[in-house]
Ligand binder design. Sequence first.
Ligand SMILES: Cc1cc2nc3c(=O)[nH]c(=O)nc-3n(C[C@H](O)[C@H](O)[C@H](O)COP(=O)(O)O)c2cc1C
Length: 250
Amino acid sequence: MNAEIARQLNHRTIRALTAQPLSQEIIDTLVNVARHTATSQFQQAFSIISITDPELKAAIRKITKQSYVGATGHLFIFVADEYRNATIGQEMGNAHHSLGNTDRTIAAFSDAILAVQNTVNAAESMGLGTVILGSILNDAAQLIELLQLPKLTFPVLGLEVGYPDQEPQLKPRLPENFMHFQNTYQLPEPIVPQLKDYDEIVHNYYDLRETNQRVDTFTNQIYQRLNNVPEKRHELLQTLRQQGFLNEAN
Ligand SMILES: Cc1cc2nc3c(=O)[nH]c(=O)nc-3n(C[C@H](O)[C@H](O)[C@H](O)COP(=O)(O)O)c2cc1C
């Protein structure tokens, strides 16, 4: 155990941030860390957009339906970006490429997601709080329009970073034997009865997102969400294809 590991084991999402803005130095440091994240085939297939325009923040908040988005702290949008590499190819005389195929789509999303987590680690190491925002995909097409994202780019995750204004409980994770196997996939089934203790632990967790209420058991949360697709998210495949991704033809 070292200080870094202790900090990571103490990770909590922080949704309430104080009004104190991040200094430009801190923003620059976070972006620098993100830029140094490992990247598939050295393609660096992601970009970061800092959202500073209040109207744009409000529009993104509306998409996410989460009041804390763009309210305080610094809002980053991490973008899968093969447009830059396509442009390099085009400028060098090759407009035909495979940058939108499934392989490169996965790579660009991986690059962006890893950069998000590196940024989270850096921010937390400075005592800052973060919330990753998958909710930006509630209306990906609209966000693409708002951010003027060209083809072969796609918003992957938002990330809000700021000074913590809450101290949530540590959110308990699944027992290791349900998530870590030796050599082959070996899920101990049936699972639900074996998760009775974990369900109880999760049920004792208070989620500050809602009205300071205990959360449902883990298995119930999973069950309730099985068929719950937020509106417009079923359009994601279509929007990805419109942006030139998951497309073997180009
Ligand atoms: C890919 C991803 C998307 C997420 N999207 C949201 C989001 O839109 N809004 C939010 O409040 N939290 C979001 N979170 C935070 C998770 O809810 C949180 O990590 C999870 O409940 C575990 O809690 P903890 O991070 O405090 O341990 C997201 C996390 C990940 C990894």
